[in-house]
Write a protein that binds this ligand. Structure first.
Ligand code: AMP
Ligand code: MG
Length: 468
């Protein structure tokens, strides 16, 4: 059977200033490292059993029938600083499949590459593969990973490293920065076309820019709450890495908390902690303010728009707090939180921060009644636990609630690093083990007990890096 991917491209019908037509650059010796068969099925791909042929397609050497490859224009605020032109510098959108974007990442230079080589190395490709699929299994909206192909080429970073291409699937790659690019150019026709496209694709019920803004704000508030409830730190929440769809996008210097600390930062370039764990809730509001600004020119009356948009953006912080209070309550077994329950949850977090308790294992241990073992100051924990038990007496099924809210398996940073080091040496066994374990993160299966272990000091990951 020959490969069939049911492309139906709509982005290329937008004004051509929004993108640049460009083909992926061929690679020397493509080899399939990982292919996501279940995801391929949901996309309606057929005839995909010949891995050598698939590697040619997802390595960028053979264009599949129906593809209409482009690099997308976008701009963005990076660490708060405006950059008027970013764009896909190392990615090519092949087209849309069953409503989803299919993008090759690491596929060579484009008109937006600036000084970059357009390539990716194996590490970030496998990291995004594992972490994005883990996020999906955790129930967090995210882009997905369809394929990872080794290129057989070396990319030059601090040293020569094996090259790879990731095939990423997303509801779309439209970012806050896509709107910003057009607003900044005062290209209001382009902005309107992008807006209509984004509404039709993501929020068809939105009857105008205000309703659209409110829908994106809600989706992003839900998303960031989910990040926080699984201990995820995105690491580089620039407005170009903030998707309109409300999906997590761009797994660069991301990390999961081991021991809990509200201001934990891993990214090597985030020296001031702008994107620290608990700050994500402030930063997403800032990002939504940038989206609001970019949408103003779509409104007939700027003063009315600014008043309405400001109100919508100002409503986000209390919404985030309410969502987080709910999520934190579920993590301690409470479904319909009362006012005092937020305080109860926060008291536990404060104890965890003070003791450096493991975020994932402590919450998972609440279910099994062993959380005390995760703490150093056990007396302080006992005081909290008495209040907690008293509160749980009026809950119906706290164990089930906690099991559903507290994963036992996350892609721990040191296991990701170990997996990458093995893959560079040609050993994909740790990758397979991680993928199998993380496919069911809420199940405590003995075969994956090793993935629950926090890092020992020598394994600890202190710094993560941008995925280039
Ligand atoms: P990121 O940090 O992945 O969000 O990327 C920020 C910007 O840098 C985007 O415009 C990317 O396309 C671009 N970029 C990152 N790595 C490369 C690379 N190796 N070659 C060309 N452009 C790149
Ligand atoms: Mg990016």
């Amino acid at each position: 059977m020959t490969l069939s991917i049911p492309f139906e491209n709509s982005y290329t019908r937008l004004p051509d200033r929004l993108f640049a037509r460009i083909n992926p650059e061929p690679v020397a010796a493509p080899e399939m490292l990982a292919y996501n068969h279940p995801l391929a099925r949901t996309l309606g791909i057929t005839g995909d059993d010949d891995m050598a042929a698939l590697a040619q397609v997802f390595g960028g050497n053979t264009l599949p029938d129906g593809a209409d490859p482009i690099a997308q224009l976008y701009a963005g605020h990076q660490f708060g600083h405006w950059n008027p032109q970013l764009g896909d510098g190392r990615a090519v959108l092949l087209g849309e499949v069953n409503g989803f974007d299919m993008q090759l990442k690491g596929s060579g230079r484009t008109p937006f590459s600036r000084n970059g080589d357009g390539r990716a190395w194996l590490g970030p490709v496998l990291r995004e593969f594992v972490v994005s699929e883990a996020m999906h299994a955790l129930g967090v909206p995210t882009t997905r990973a369809l394929a990872a192909v080794a290129t057989g080429e070396t990319v030059q970073r601090e040293r020569g490293l094996p090259g790879a291409v990731l095939t990423r699937i997303a509801s779309s790659h439209i970012r806050v920065g896509t709107f910003q690019a057009l607003a900044a150019r005062q290209d209001y026709d382009g902005l309107r076309a992008l807006f209509d496209h984004a509404v039709a694709r993501h929020y068809p019920q939105a009857d105008g820019p205000l309703a659209f803004l409110e829908a994106v704000i809600e989706a992003q508030a839900q998303l960031v709450t989910k990040w926080m409830s699984v201990g995820f730190i995105h690491g580089v929440m620039n407005t170009d890495n903030c998707a309109i769809s409300g999906e997590t996008i761009d797994y660069g210097p991301c990390a999961f908390l081991d021991e809990y600390h509200p201001l934990a930062v891993f990214s090597s370039i985030d020296q001031r902690g702008r994107y620290a764990y608990a700050r994500q809730a402030e930063i997403i509001v800032w990002n939504m303010a940038q989206l609001a600004t970019a949408l103003v020119p779509l409104m007939p009356d700027a003063d009315v728009a600014i008043a309405d948009f400001t109100k919508a953006v100002h409503g986000m912080a209390p919404r985030l707090e309410a969502l987080w209070a709910e999520a934190l309550a579920r993590k301690i077994g409470i479904t319909a939180p009362r006012k005092d329950d937020f305080d109860l949850g926060n008291r536990l977090l404060a104890l965890m921060a003070q003791d450096g308790a493991d975020f994932t294992n402590t919450f998972a241990a609440l279910v099994t009644g062993t959380a005390r073992d995760q703490m150093t100051d056990r007396d302080a924990f006992e005081v909290w636990a008495q209040d907690w038990q008293a509160r749980l007496a009026s809950e119906d099924a706290p164990e089930a609630v906690m099991r559903a809210a507290n994963p036992v398996l996350i892609p721990r940073n040191h296991r990701i690093e170990e997996m990458i080091a093995a893959a560079v040496d040609g050993d994909m066994a740790p990758f397979t083990h991680l993928m199998q374990g993380l496919a069911k993160p809420y199940e405590d299966r003995p075969a994956f007990a090793d993935l629950r272990r926090p890092p020992v000091e020598s394994e600890r990951v202190h710094r993560t890096f941008c995925g280039t």
